[in-house]
Design a protein around this ligand. Structure first.
Ligand code: AMP
Length: 584
């Protein structure tokens, strides 16, 4: 082991975040959260934002982008912070309600030591409650564009105190049809402010916004060509897409099937490392933690045990595993997709050594699929994406193991002592039953009942639309794009029936932020509305499908219920934006 104490961040105010200029109180909180060092996008964006510059960053989910913009902006507010009266200091715009909640939670955690308050504001939730919370005073508002604009128009969200605006997942916001809202919001913000734009991709329309609203931005790109380490070609690389809630059982299942002789499981934070090793130990596996919070002595002891094969699983952070030189690692498991390709290459380089075959397995959340694809592209190596093995796969696998164990025992011989037992029972029991009972006892040694882990669809990178005309945002919902709308009718929506329906109910038109480019068909929508909102297809009116959105008519008195039902579900595996169509 070549680690020295110098490799380790000492934690708290002296860690890599404080060195970048992040407020030491926030840096302390990050150490407590188990963050050991800044990710590449954080290293690049934090100093620029702290210096008051605008930033244009290309960074996908999973790179640590939320902290990359939050930490410096919170540090800047914190420096001369007075009570948040009048209006917020920072506005973060995000495409979805889920992301709003997630970012608000992160900002809340990071800003807590400075006493800063964050509020998520999104559609589909009570306006009244949001207004009350805004009145009480918040420092950072995290909002979806439509709801932000509603509040701005009502003057319940005041922008005069804003010092910074962040557009998070800007490409997604454009794809979801928020171009006009974004433009209106940005026009309403004070001229003197900082602007940061974070986007997984940089299609031409993003360049349009950048030109119009960012001043001499620092460009941050963390994608670099990575030259793979010579031996990583020997490594079989695969990934399982699994939801956050099922990651732990998925890891257990993968370990069960792969039966690694010796594995390193990488996590992002110390906290995660400790939780995983506790859980795996409780499942009877020989696991130990290795992270920057341990003393040199403790780390040496863990490594000695791992080398001596007294420990099968080493659960580690990147910092702690840096410079680790172990020859016999059969598997590397990434519990999270690493924040960049370089880290990925370093991690998987720990296996497949000394002429041995290695396996690298990555557990990715659906949102992290893009990050995975980026890594694949940069390393020029294929990562096979598969579904987590099912209970049936696991059973089949265990059966094979039992058979192999029995075959081995028969070939090994030395069975005389046991033959006596079989002979004494053979008189009273059927031989086949006897053998089956013995097999049952062998099988019971490994693992008990397992619950099914639901299969999830990866969120594929979406196709991007090209700019329409020279407006920076393009207009997904203007008259010209309406010309591109093809009218379709759901089953049961034949023209003859329409007149009857029209007299029966007043229609409200809903706008759904996914269209032909995401292969949405009328049937997908009818199915979702019928199943989730309990509305029968006779009450679904005209459905129009355009490239990037769908409009659908539903009875006015059911509209809000349908909106909230569709917001809480997935259509074709996607969460989609749903609201009343404002063109009508
Ligand atoms: P994001 O790209 O913002 O969605 O962040 C992905 C995940 O990485 C979140 O769970 C963060 O809590 C975590 N994270 C962000 N920065 C770091 C860091 N420097 N070290 C460890 N984990 C981090």
């Amino acid at each position: 082991m070549t680690n020295t104490d110098a490799d380790m961040p000492v934690g708290g105010a002296n860690n890599g975040f404080a060195t970048l200029g992040v407020d030491p109180r926030i840096a302390d909180a990050l150490s407590a959260l188990g963050y050991e060092e800044p990710t590449p996008v954080q290293r690049a964006a934090i100093p620029a934002l702290l210096a008051g510059r605008d930033v244009l960053a290309q960074a996908a989910t999973g790179t640590g982008k939320t902290a990359a913009f939050s930490l410096p902006l919170l540090t800047r507010i914190g420096a001369g912070h007075k009570a948040a009266v009048g209006g917020p200091s920072v506005l973060i715009l995000v495409p979805t309600r889920e992301l709003a909640m997630q970012v608000a939670e992160a900002v809340h955690r990071y800003g807590k030591p400075l006493g800063l308050h964050a509020l998520a504001v999104y559609g589909g939730a009570s306006m009244e409650l949001q207004i009350r919370a805004l009145k009480r005073g918040v420092d950072v508002v995290i909002a979806t564009p439509g709801r932000a604009l509603d509040h701005i128009k009502r003057n319940t969200l005041k922008l005069s105190t804003l010092r910074a605006v962040v557009l998070d997942e800007a490409d997604e916001m454009l794809d979801m049809g928020f171009a006009d809202e974004l433009e209106a919001i940005l026009e309403a913000t004070p001229a003197e402010k900082q602007t940061a734009l974070f986007s997984a991709t940089l299609p031409p329309r993003i360049a349009g916004i950048t030109r119009k609203y960012l001043r001499d931005p620092e460009h941050v790109t963390v994608e670099r060509e990575v030259v793979p380490e010579g031996e990583s070609a020997r490594v079989r690389q695969m990934a399982y897409i699994v939801s956050r809630a099922h990651k732990m059982p998925a890891l257990a299942r993968v370990l069960d099937i792969e039966q690694p002789t010796s594995a390193i499981v990488f996590c992002r934070t110390r906290t995660e490392v400790d939780e995983l090793s506790e859980t795996l130990t409780a499942r009877g596996l020989r696991a130990e933690s290795l992270h920057g919070g341990l003393s040199q002595d403790q780390r040496d002891r863990v490594m000695q045990k791992f080398r001596a094969k007294k420990v099968d699983l080493l659960i580690a952070t990147d910092v702690a595993a840096r410079g680790l030189d172990v020859k016999h690692v059969s598997h590397v498991v990434n519990f999270d997709v690493p924040a960049d390709a370089e880290t990925y290459v370093h991690r998987i380089g720990r296996t497949g050594r000394a002429g041995r075959e290695g396996v690298a397995i990555t557990l990715a959340e659906p949102r992290e699929h893009r990050l995975l694809r980026n890594i694949e592209r940069q390393t020029n190596q294929k990562i096979d994406v598969a579904q987590v093995p099912t209970v049936a796969d696991l059973r089949a696998h265990r059966q094979e193991l039992v058979k192999a164990t029995l075959r081995e025992a028969v070939l090994e011989g030395n069975l005389d002592a046991f033959r006596g037992i079989v002979e004494s029972l053979a008189g009273e029991l059927d031989l086949m039953d006897l053998a089956a009972a013995a097999v049952k006892l062998v099988a019971a040694r490994d693992g008990g009942e397992e619950a099914e882990i639901p299969a999830v669809t990866p969120r594929e990178p979406r196709e991007r639309s090209e700019p329409r005309g020279d407006r920076p945002f393009g207009r997904e919902r203007d008259a010209s794009s309406r010309g591109d709308v093809r009218e379709r009718r759901p089953e049961g929506g034949a023209k003859g029936k329409k007149a009857k329906r029209e007299t029966a109910w007043t229609a409200a038109t809903l706008w759904i932020g996914a269209g032909r480019k995401l292969k949405m068909r009328p049937g997908d929508l009818v199915g979702a509305i019928a199943n989730e909102a309990g509305l029968d297809s006779a009450h679904i009116g005209s459905i129009q499908i355009a490239d990037n959105f769908i409009t659908v008519e539903v009875p006015e008195d059911m509209a809000d219920e349908v909106i909230s039902a569709l917001k809480n579900t997935k259509i074709k595996g996607l969460r989609v934006q749903v609201r009343r169509d404002r063109m009508r």
